[in-house]
Design a protein. Structure first.
Length: 288
């Protein structure tokens, strides 16, 4: 039997209301571009899905090019090769009894993801950080960057060759404490509740922060184990200072056009000198 609001303290009742908003995380999408590039995010997704009892869709797209001097397309050949590569990738990993559904589509990756989201409810995407390894100075490449910008869905970015380990501590870095959109924190609610992790919040106070930005969202405050502040030029610098102290298994940020994400809106990619995470980075929805 639920307690009434009179029987709970204000913060306790607010926490109760927040917990009733927890949305289940049942469907994970892993978009891949190649066998090599897809191995790390798929293996991480399987281990994560096994802990939270979710199923995985693995998506690989292909384009149909014209054969020179012919009106015939090679779409059917590319589709066959794409399906074969996807089967080989899935067969190469330990599935841990997780349901994995292989999906191939013709077109661009962003468009294909949007089409999938119209057919199925995707609770989380897990992606490689940089799908093209030629430039070692890039943290988030253009393909992943465009996905972050175009797809209104929580995204977990996994560094290359990172191996899954149980999530015990999440370090969340924010500048502004204002959260305007509904259900932005839902993935955090679920992870903290299902996996029994703790959330350490770091508010980085930068020179351009306003007085209103310093006010911490009540819902966010209610799910934090600890709250720290740090004065730095950028959120990246603040997070770097607190990594050793917090020893997190995951970083978390909110997608916003200011700060770190201004780089994405300007040029579709992020260089390592601007921001880099060597542990998984959970990007919550935030600004459109």
């Amino acid at each position: 039997m639920h307690q009434s609001s009179q029987e709970l303290s204000y913060l306790g009742y607010y926490d109760y209301l927040c917990r009733t908003k927890i949305q289940q995380m049942k469907t994970i999408l892993v978009p891949i571009s190649s066998f090599e590039n897809g191995l790390t995010p798929l293996k991480y997704a399987i281990s994560f899905a096994a802990e939270i009892d979710a199923k995985i869709y693995v998506l690989k797209v292909y384009g149909a090019n014209k054969i020179a001097g012919s009106i015939k397309t090679v779409g059917s050949i590319l589709e066959k090769d794409t399906k074969k590569e996807l089967r080989e990738l899935i067969h190469s990993v330990d599935k841990k009894d997780v349901e994995i559904i292989a999906t191939t589509m013709e077109g661009t990756l962003a468009d294909s993801i949007q089409l999938m989201r119209k057919k199925i409810n995707i609770d989380l995407m897990i992606s490689a950080s940089n799908r093209i390894f030629k430039d070692e100075t890039i943290y988030i490449g253009k393909i992943t960057g465009k996905i972050i910008k175009a797809i209104d869905c929580p995204i977990l970015i996994v560094p290359d060759k990172y191996e899954y380990k149980p999530i015990q501590v999440i370090l969340m870095g924010i500048k502004s404490g204002i959260i305007k959109r509904e259900n932005v924190l839902s993935p955090l609610h679920f992870i903290l509740d299902k996996i029994d992790a703790k959330l350490n919040l770091l508010q980085v106070i930068t020179p351009k922060l306003t007085e209103d930005d310093l006010n911490l969202d009540r819902e966010l405050n209610s799910i934090c184990t600890s709250v720290q502040t740090s004065e730095n030029a950028t959120i990246f610098q603040g997070v770097l200072e607190h990594l050793i102290e917090n020893k997190p298994d995951m970083l978390c940020v909110i997608r916003r056009k200011r700060g770190f994400f201004s780089k994405l809106w300007d040029q579709d990619f992020v260089k390592k000198i601007d921001f880099e995470s060597r542990i998984p980075l959970l990007i919550l929805r935030g600004s459109l």
